[in-house]
Design a protein around this ligand. Structure first.
Ligand code: 1CP
Length: 349
């Protein structure tokens, strides 16, 4: 791999010493940025944005043009895998993702195709190659996928859910059927992430947004187990590629998460960084975990809270500063600069 001008993020993932804590922001290319909103309205719809490599590249680079961030994240979505499987994805304004076909029976699972990511998701590989070229070795690029469990919640519910009655009903009524779906998604997700690695991403992150709706035993059985399989699959062919695992609301299972062989854990704001560090020791790096809603506060308060996160982690390597979840879409982008200033050592009073 060519030497990056700024490899702070990768060094921290490998728990190597860094000159300062690296920082990037989950959902850094999003609707809180006027530049994103204008690109989005120029392009028309979200799926076209994701599927056109030039637009996906432009969206990826937007936050880096405004802020001095230590990593770029591919502009795409965790739902592009089921979209490529022909489930009929659309994004309805103010309502989020909707699938026109949903998984309810074994026959639906048996019908799901096996993808060839170089063909069915070729626009992602093309976008990655274009982004890598444009980044010109300035900062690393993160590739990503959803966890099989989290993506399956959308495939079974058909949309964003609050109660998750359908997928939890399936889990209790027909666990074997759900395992069949999760096993299929595990294979497809491994292939999709391998294609992203082949195209040039420097690290991968798995988003398990909904792992936290399960109790510990079910989380391990239906979510963590499949993420662990993906980590093992990827590590056997790409031993040096760093893998970040982010299971929101799953701070109860940090030891088990660290044992998957991943390099870093993404933490939400409910986790105490010092305690997490004590639990996982030097096994993994930690990424997080400022409450995104802090960005609604005054600049002074944002500075205080950012500093508190840095202090809670303490000294020594292995911390990547981030929010505990995606940035809200209505915060003032200037507030993000306060976080970056504080992480970079600028004094705020
Ligand atoms: O313009 C728009 O209206 C689209 C909003 C949007 C954006 C900017 C969606 C729809 N997806 C994305 C991009 C995206 N999604 C990225 C890359 C951009 C970046 O980080 O800078 C990433 C990493 C994701 C991941 C993603 N998509 C997750 C996991 C992370 C998380 O935030 O929990 C999930 C759950 C999704 C599904 C999704 N995509 C979009 C929406 C509105 C949703 C539903 C979210 C929900 O159910 O609450």
């Amino acid at each position: 791999m060519t030497k990056l001008l700024n490899d702070r993020f990768l060094r921290a993932l490998h728990r190597q010493p860094v000159d300062r804590t690296p920082v990037w922001i989950m959902r850094q290319a999003g609707r809180y940025m006027p530049e994103y909103k204008s690109l989005r309205s120029r392009v028309g719809d979200f799926l076209t944005l994701c599927k056109t490599p030039e637009f996906a590249c432009e969206a990826t680079l937007l936050p880096l043009q405004r802020f001095d961030l230590d990593a770029a994240i591919l502009f795409s979505d965790i739902l592009m895998i089921p979209e490529a499987m022909g489930m009929g994805l659309s994004f309805v304004a103010e309502e989020g993702p909707k699938f026109s076909s949903v998984i309810t029976a074994a026959s639906d699972i048996n019908k799901l195709p096996c993808l060839d990511p170089e063909d069915d998701l070729s626009y992602i590989s093309a976008a990655i190659r274009l982004i890598v070229k444009n980044l010109n070795n300035s900062v690393p690029l993160i590739g990503f996928a959803g966890s099989p469990w989290t993506v399956a919640t959308y495939m079974v519910e058909g949309q964003t859910s609050k109660q998750f009655y359908k997928i939890k009903g399936l889990m209790y009524q027909e666990p074997r059927l759900l395992h069949q779906l999760l096993a299929h998604m595990t294979i497809e997700t491994t292939k999709a992430l391998q294609a992203q690695i082949n195209a040039g991403v420097n690290a991968v992150m798995m988003f398990d947004t909904w792992g936290g709706i399960l109790n510990d035993a079910l989380y391990k059985e239906f979510s963590l187990r499949y993420m662990a399989e993906i980590v093992a699959n990827l590590k056997s062919d790409n031993p040096t590629i760093p893998i970040i695992l982010f299971s929101k609301n799953s701070g109860r299972c940090l030891t088990e998460q660290a044992a998957t062989g991943c390099d870093a854990l993404g933490l939400d704001w409910t986790v105490n960084l010092a305690k997490a560090r004590e639990l996982v020791g030097d096994k993994v790096a930690l990424q997080g975990n400022l409450d995104p809603c802090v960005l609604y506060a005054s600049k002074q308060r944002i500075a205080v809270e950012t500093k508190a996160v840095l202090e809670q982690y303490g000294s020594g390597p292995g911390h990547i500063f981030n929010l505990g979840h995606g940035i809200p879409l209505d915060v003032d982008p200037d507030n993000v600069q306060v976080i970056l200033d504080v992480v970079k050592g600028v004094t705020w009073r």
